[in-house]
Structures are given as C-alpha cells and as structure tokens.
Design a protein around this ligand. Structure first.
Ligand SMILES: Cc1cc2nc3c(=O)[nH]c(=O)nc-3n(C[C@H](O)[C@H](O)[C@H](O)COP(=O)(O)OP(=O)(O)OC[C@H]3O[C@@H](n4cnc5c(N)ncnc54)[C@H](O)[C@@H]3O)c2cc1C
Length: 401
C-alpha cells in the first residue's frame, strides 16, 4: 500500500474542497485534494456563482480572469405565478463588486480554481482518487485511505476534511449522522435548446400543481422541474409524452423543442434533501459544504455556502497551521462561524418549501401571487432584501490572509 504525508487531506474536489485546498496552498500549507472522478465535466450540479463568491474572487485578485470565462449575468430574479409576472430580487444595490449572479457550468468554475491552485507548490489535486475511509489513532483522525487506479493509497495528515458532498463517504466513517429537516419536493433536471427571442431572465414558473425554473446557459436552458417528493414513479408511469406536455403547458415557448427530451436518460432526478450535522468536527477531522449541510435548491445557494465554509475555514485555520497542527478549538470555531448562516438559510428555505412549494404542488387551481410577491413587485426597494439574502447569505466571508 502506497503512503503519502501532507498537512491537510481534503476529500472531494467540489466547490468547498477545491476552494479550501486553494486557500491553504496559497498560504503555504501543504494540501492534498482527492477527487474521485477523472474530470469535473458533470452536468448534475449547481452552476450559480453568487455575488458573495464573486466578491471572494475579487479579494483574491482573480475576478477579472474569472469573468473572461463564458457566463451569463443575472441582475434580477422574477417568476411567473399563474398568469402574473412577479419581481423577486434585484441585485443591483448590493454592496459587492459584482451586482449579479454569474451563471457558469460548475466544471468551468472548478477547472479555474484547480488551475489557480496548481500555481502553488503546496497544492496537490489527485483526480480519480476516491477516499474510502479514515485512519484513526487514539481517538484522533490522522488521515484517510483512498483508492486510485494504481491501488490503495494511505494519506497521513494532521487534518482531514470531508468536502465529499451530501452523500459523503467520510462523514459516516467519523460516526456522524445528519439531522434531516425534510423537503416536500424532488427536482427533475434537464436541458432544452435556447432560441433567439426566448425570454432571457432566470424565471420560475408556478401553476396549478406544477413548478419549473429555467436557467439561461447561453445556447440552452437548464431546467429544473419540481415534482412532489417521491413522485418520480408516477411521472415515469404517465410517460415521457405526458411529461413533455406538462413542460409545454407551463412554458408554452418550449412546445417546439420538448422533443429534445428523447428518453428518460435526458431527465435526471435530484432527490432534494435539507439536512445538517449537529457537530461538524472531531479531533483531526472537519466536515464542510454539503457534507456538513445539504441545502434545498431554493435560491441556488449551495455552491455559495460551500465556498463561504471554505473561506471561513481557511481564515480560522491558516494562522494556526502556519506554526502547528489545527486544534479542536479551531475546528469548533469553524462550525461556530458557519452554523448560524446555514441554519438561518435552511429556516428560510423550509418556510418557502412549506408555504409556497407544497401549496403549489398540491394545488388544483391556478395560483395567485402571495402577498409578499405582490409587495415585492410593487415596491422596488423591497427587492433588495431577498437580493441580499440570496446573493450574499447571512454572514458573508472575506479573505483575511
Ligand atoms: C442537480 C443539482 C443542481 C444544483 N443546482 C444548484 C444551483 O443552481 N446553485 C447552487 O448554488 N447549488 C446547486 N446545487 C447544489 C450544489 O451543487 C452543492 O450545494 C454544492 O456543489 C456543494 O459543494 P460541495 O463542494 O460541498 O459538494 P459537491 O459539489 O457535492 O462536491 C463533492 C465532490 O466530492 C467528490 N467526491 C464524493 N465522494 C468522494 C470520495 N469518497 N472521494 C473523493 N471525492 C469524492 C464528488 O465527485 C464531488 O466532486 C445543485 C445540486 C444538484 C445535485
């Protein structure tokens, strides 16, 4: 069995893991990031880069290069409820460098940071390397085991970070169980071609018993069709033509292209989960990002929160790790710093799930916009509140070192 030693071993090359790896290496701390896939080219993940994350890029001096990558900019969020168009959020007043959400495939974002990380000699990204377990000695985690194409690898590290997503392998290895907050819906995720003349903003569409979000990705629409929790068998039983018809009823301009969904292979199921760990750390071990808290898709905040966790962790850990191993108190400080913003965001998401999404999905009549939507549409200044909540989160982090 091959063995390597590093200061920090991070399992998972998603937004949380790549960002933390980059920040530690940038501070001169040797780090190994393990990513089980051979590349980042998977469509089945979030692609919204929020103003708070763009601010982090600005503080790192990387924003200009980042914005040269192909992306769309969304400065306002709206939705169509029944026949009425409502305005929800306006990012143009945020106290951030970028007053918009950048829509960019997540693989571009991850490749950008992987390339930026490779400029530091202490950054080691190991692709096609799957973390399989933790190494424990006298109650402390002292590294991880991994499977590579060549065989089994042992990575010994002062600190092991689980950033391996909401189906984390390392989290249960550490004896951690998540607390579920529940979600009334699942999401079907698919692409449809984009044509000249299509409406251009990110738009949610809500009608009797159905709901869909369409994200402009340049030459195609990334669509998220919301179904009741566990309703996938019913959708399959009704058949693909019925599903295509439902999409066209909700967004009539798609009628000429729903045939692009040739089989169910073109439609991916996202099982929505909202959960969090009561404790994010153990001696020598820390969970961040989705591994610590899976978010509802409402607001598309998962990537931003993962990045914010990584920035907070680096801010707290770098001063200590420059001289000595991170202590349990430091790991606790990371949880203390990030838990409140996560809990507040999940509380808002659960409220929206229960008050809006459950009602729309169980409704049989065309819904009317609820009072908050009517107020937001009428009074422009109110739209700054959801913009701040979605775009910046409850405790935006800044690069300290
Ligand atoms: C279909 C879909 C759409 C979404 N849309 C949005 C959106 O529009 N906006 C948004 O903000 N959020 C969205 N999200 C959520 C968002 O993708 C996550 O919140 C965010 O990516 C979490 O980042 P993370 O780094 O914590 O985990 P992940 O992004 O899940 O990254 C974990 C990484 O770890 C790797 N990995 C897993 N296990 C191992 C292992 N054992 N060893 C090594 N590597 C491992 C995985 O391959 C992955 O690369 C969406 C999620 C899904 C599934």
């Amino acid at each position: 069995m091959a063995e390597i030693t590093t200061r920090c071993c991070i399992a998972g090359g998603g937004p949380a893991g790549i960002m933390l790896g980059f920040l530690l290496a940038r501070a001169g701390i040797d780090v190994v990031v393990l990513e089980k896939h051979a590349d980042f080219f998977r469509d089945f993940r979030g692609d919204t880069i929020h103003p708070a994350t763009l601010q982090v890029l600005y503080e790192l001096g990387l924003l200009e290069a980042f914005l040269k990558l192909p992306h769309q900019e969304v400065a306002k969020l709206g939705a169509q409820v029944g026949d009425t168009v409502v305005q929800i959020a306006d990012f143009s007043h945020l106290p951030t460098k970028c007053k918009f959400i950048a829509i960019m495939p997540q693989w571009d974002f991850l490749n950008f940071f992987a390339d930026a990380g490779r400029r530091y000699q202490d950054f080691h990204l190991m692709m096609q390397t799957e973390a399989t377990g933790l190494i424990q000695e006298a109650g402390t985690i002292v590294g991880a085991t991994a499977q590579t194409a060549e065989g089994t690898l042992t990575i010994r590290a002062e600190l092991t970070v689980a950033a391996d997503g909401r189906h984390s392998t390392l989290r249960p290895e550490a004896g951690f169980d998540v607390v579920e907050r529940g979600a009334p819906m699942d999401v079907l995720w698919f692409r449809l071609p984009r044509r000249a003349g299509d409406p251009s903003e990110l738009l949610g569409r809500l009608d009797a018993g159905r709901m869909m979000v369409t994200i402009d990705r340049g030459d195609y629409w990334q669509c998220a069709y919301v179904i009741p929790k566990g309703g996938i068998d019913q959708v399959h039983a009704a058949g693909l033509p019925a599903f295509r018809a439902k999409i066209s009823e909700l967004a009539p301009h798609f009628v000429d292209r729903v045939e692009a969904l040739a089989s169910w292979d073109d439609v991916k199921l996202l099982t929505v989960a909202v959960n969090r760990l009561p404790t994010w750390y153990r001696p020598g071990f820390l969970c961040i990002g989705d591994a610590a808290h899976a978010m509802s898709p409402i607001g598309g905040v998962g990537v931003n929160l993962a990045i914010q966790d990584a920035v907070a962790a680096a801010n707290i850990l770098v001063p200590r790790m420059r001289n000595e191993p991170a202590r349990v108190d430091d790991l606790r400080a990371v949880q203390r710093r990030r838990e409140l913003p996560v809990r507040l965001m999940q509380a808002v998401q659960v409220m929206m799930q229960n008050r809006i999404i459950s009602r729309v999905l169980s409704g049989t009549q065309t819904p009317r916009p609820a009072l908050p939507f009517r107020l937001l549409t009428r009074f422009g200044f109110l739209r700054r509140v959801p913009a701040r909540m979605i775009g910046m989160g409850f405790r935006p982090e800044h690069i300290r070192h």
